[in-house]
Design a protein around this ligand. Sequence first.
Ligand code: NDP
Length: 300
Amino acid sequence: MSEAKRIDGKARAAGLVERVKAEAGALEAATGRRPGLAVVIVGEDPASQVYVASKARMAEECGFKSVKHVLGAETPEAELLDLVERLNGDPTIHGILVQLPLPRQIDANKVIRAIAPEKDVDGFHLTNVGLVGIGDVATAFVPCTPAGAMILIRDALGEDLSGRHAVVVGRSNIVGKPMAQLLLAANATVTIAHSRTADLPALCRMADILVAAVGRPEMIRGDWVKPGAVVIDVGINRVEAPEKGEGRTRLVGDVAYAEAAERAAAITPVPGGVGPMTIAMLMANTLVSACRAAGRAAPK
Ligand code: NDP
């Protein structure tokens, strides 16, 4: 079989961001309002610092008002809840993102539930989770990573996934479960696999669409991939890279890319696949929120 098409998430995301930028400009020209995104980080987790910085930078690039709140690692839960309350009431803020994980003294569920659902651009509030659960993905804020992955799947296979078998490996609330629900809403036949699934390789080999959201470097091998499948690798894993020099690292996905590319029809690389789509969808969700707040039709 010939080598798979490499799905360029970076280029796709850049196109989406250009559209968001243009629509944000049109919103401001018509109403004088700019979309506003507040990102909140508690503590000094280095990966979180990088994510938050790139989200804030992208918001600025889109012409949004971008506000970053950096709180100390010892911040009490009540203080964070107060900040969320203030942001809920701030008419210049349309999206609130509290970067996870949070330090131990703070109940993340409580914080997520405190965010106004109409500003919950991460799509983690129970209202948005429920809307996705009943298949109302047009009203919901859909979590950004599965929403971005879904665009790449539709680019490859079209809007309607009737008759396709999708296997989602991973059942987290932020990736696996919403991913499965979006695939179901698009008429795919969906199987969700996890750490207690028996004979995962055989199950994966049945997938026309294989989504890996596990967090285990290159766990999914080439011979787990059905010839002609579309493979979406959500995993981001940092591994040692002695070939680059001592102490150096590189990013790999949950799928052994080179092996899988020999069998798949199309596959996302890591980096440059689902990752950039996640940030683009965050911008798209914030724009939708701002349009709704201004009483304008949200862009599709
Ligand atoms: P979680 O750790 O929350 O969930 C991992 C899931 O994988 C769990 O459901 C777990 O099963 C399952 N799993 C673990 N080991 C195995 C195994 N050996 N066989 C089968 N299933 C297994 O991770 P997330 O969903 O938050 O993230 C998954 C990956 O995606 C990570 O690499 C993360 O970095 C990446 N990610 C990437 C994003 C992006 O923008 N591209 C955004 C978010 C995450 P069980 O439930 O039984 O424990």
